[in-house]
Design a binder for this molecule. Structure first.
Ligand code: BLA
Length: 313
């Protein structure tokens, strides 16, 4: 059952990268991220069986307070996918947002697919990655398993979508050596490259999903669960999109959207708190420091070399 405003995954209509640039914009150099979502859903349907998520009934469409923007939500699950969800924000002008993520079932140690695109009149902010489930600084075997073969893919886009400069230092541990972290001035050529990167990265993720076999050991499933919970906890608390959402739909609805939709699982996959995972953020009164970063921003340049070795401080 496909509920709500879903661009229905349709097997007869080929997604692919064909005709990408023709259909991409609004004719004025603008971008619509709907096409990205349609591609992802159709492509997923070719690899697995998507069913609507129970979240879909509650989270489908919100109009912004100023009534100028529409927030559209889609959510599905599949045998290896705990949650595939997307948030698309489109307005008459100013901002376009895509927050698309796929969270695997904890029986799989698959990376988390992450596409976060924020577009305003003069700037695009982009994160596209197969976020490692386990910290690759510590878990070298995990890094080998998933990223060794993907390094050429990262290199393919490193030049055309160059490193976006300093970022919240704490975020780097959630990124892989092939992360596309970039900022650019809006322009059709850039959107075409971004679409192509999205297609390539998503196809790579689906391939990993096809190959993934379930963990046999309970301890490994527990560890996957905790790792995903840590990721969700980080993002639910510190995601940079939160501020924008607050402005669009108000604090209460923004918080609900972030905690119960975007990072659904944060209340169920584990019981540790944000401060258990990130004790540096603890204030003297025991509350969570509201700063997004305790260490500050760093990594002016890409902190991985072409071999995927970490070269940041
Ligand atoms: C900025 N978004 C950023 C930045 C990053 C990300 C790294 C640069 C600022 C910083 O270093 O924090 C994205 N950070 C991520 C992602 C992870 C992470 C994906 O840790 C995953 C682990 N961004 C959105 C959505 C909106 C949005 C939904 O994903 C809006 C609704 C907006 N992102 C947005 C804005 C900025 C930004 C406005 C610039 C403001 C800022 O730097 O805080």
């Amino acid at each position: 059952r496909v509920v709500g405003l879903a661009p229905k995954p349709n097997l007869s209509k080929r997604g692919g990268s064909r005709g990408a640039s023709m259909e991409m914009g609004g004719g004025d150099g603008g971008v619509s991220y709907k096409k990205f979502v349609s591609f992802a859903l159709e492509e997923t349907q070719r690899h697995t069986h998507l069913v609507s998520s129970p979240l879909q009934d509650k989270y489908n469409h919100i109009k912004s307070i100023d009534r100028k923007s529409d927030l559209k939500m889609l959510s599905y699950k599949a045998p290896k996918i705990r949650l595939l969800r997307s948030l698309c924000i489109e307005g008459d002008e100013s901002i376009q947002v895509l927050d698309f993520a796929v969270f695997p079932e904890p029986t799989f140690d698959l990376p988390i697919f992450c596409a976060n695109f924020f577009t305003a009149a003069t700037i695009n902010i982009v994160v596209l990655d197969l976020n490692p489930l386990h910290d690759i600084m510590v878990h070298k075997a995990y890094k080998e398993k998933y990223y060794k073969d993907l390094l050429p893919l990262g290199l393919k886009y490193a030049e055309r979508l160059p490193w976006g400069g300093k970022l919240t230092s704490e975020s780097i541990r959630f990124f892989s050596p092939i992360v596309i972290w970039t900022k650019f001035v809006p322009g059709q050529d850039k959107y075409d490259v971004l679409y192509s990167a999205f297609v390539d990265y998503y196809r790579s993720w689906l391939k990993l999903m096809d190959q993934a076999s379930p963990e046999k050991e309970a301890a490994q499933i527990t560890s996957n669960c905790e790792a995903q919970h840590k990721y969700l906890t980080w993002r639910a608390e510190k995601d940079p999109g939160h501020q924008v959402l607050k402005r669009l739909i108000g604090e209460t609805r923004a918080k609900d959207l972030v905690w119960s939709f975007l990072f659904s699982g944060v209340d169920t996959l584990g019981s540790k708190t944000f401060l258990d995972y990130f004790p540096d953020y603890c204030c003297e009164d025991g509350k969570i420091n509201e700063k997004r970063s305790m260490i500050g921003k760093s990594f002016e340049t890409r902190p991985w070399d072409t071999g995927g070795n970490f070269i940041g401080k």
